[in-house]
Ligand binder design. Structure first.
Ligand code: DGL
Length: 255
């Protein structure tokens, strides 16, 4: 069983890490589009073109399932891609429903890329789940750049988050949604900065659960997916195979 996981950059490695933990006996291709990252500040059609190219590439590589480990790419492309492909495509969207269901009152801060927050898919998600208007959307595009540059300077991050959150009274909030896979690298900093009553949500667990269900539907017995094995991962940089896994491994350690 071969699974292709892709993102504009290193954010999707946070999803790959979960997938490798829960489904170690699967072969993975991880594709980072380093020539075109970031997606979240580019026009929709331009990003659609990059995403389509990646999906075509992964299908040629013979993957059985594709995971779009990118909220931005999912929001703009998943529907169109599913209409054109035969294999299952699993997408991700900000975990708004999870956060709202988990908190019967209080506001929820939904962070994502600027592009995600302007898509119809995101707007529909909010319209259907947030009936009491409890969500507040906040774009944080700089975090994508920080993660790509492996810039995790704690002092700088504290100042950055303090400035971004200064416009809100955080006592009114019960949770924050990390609606971009790059943001997951900052969970541990947010845990320190945010008040203790605010819970942090991301879509990674749900996505891997979805992948597991999808592989089971393909008649794979669960023991075959979970048996301990050295997980095989191939790493691609915008279509070029990267023989060294050093960068990938260093990011896997950061999650
Ligand atoms: N990691 C991506 C996401 O989940 C996109 C980041 C970007 O390229 O702007 O939305």
């Amino acid at each position: 069983m071969k699974v292709g996981i892709f993102d504009s950059g290193v954010g999707g490695i946070t999803v790959l890490k979960k997938a490798m933990e829960y489904l170690p006996a699967v072969d993975y291709i991880y594709y980072t589009d380093n020539l075109h990252v970031p997606y979240g500040t580019k026009p929709k059609e331009e990003v659609y073109g990059y995403v389509k190219q990646i999906v075509d590439f992964l299908i040629k590589e013979g993957v059985d399932v594709i995971v779009i480990a990118c909220n931005t790419a999912t929001c703009i492309a998943v529907q169109r891609l599913r209409e054109q492909t035969q294999i299952p495509i699993i997408g991700m969207e900000p975990a708004v429903k999870l956060a709202l269901d988990d908190n019967i009152e209080g506001k929820i801060l939904v962070t994502a890329t600027p592009l995600t927050l302007t898509t119809d898919k995101y707007k529909n998600l909010v319209e259907h789940t947030d009936t009491n208007h409890r969500t507040v959307s906040l774009p944080l595009p700089e975090l994508v750049q920080f993660a790509e540059e492996r810039d995790f300077n704690e002092e700088k991050l504290c100042a950055y988050f303090a400035e971004k959150f200064s416009q809100y009274d955080l006592n009114e909030f019960r949770g924050i949604v990390l609606g971009c896979t790059h943001f997951v690298y900052f969970r541990k900093y947010l845990e320190k900065i945010l008040p203790a009553h605010m819970k942090i949500y991301d879509g990674n667990d749900g996505t891997v659960r979805h992948l597991r269900e999808c592989l089971l539907l393909n008649d794979k017995p669960i023991k075959d997916l979970q048996q301990k094995a050295t997980t095989h991962v191939e790493f691609y940089y915008s279509g070029k195979k990267c023989e060294s896994l050093d960068i990938l491994e260093s990011y896997l350690k950061l999650v």
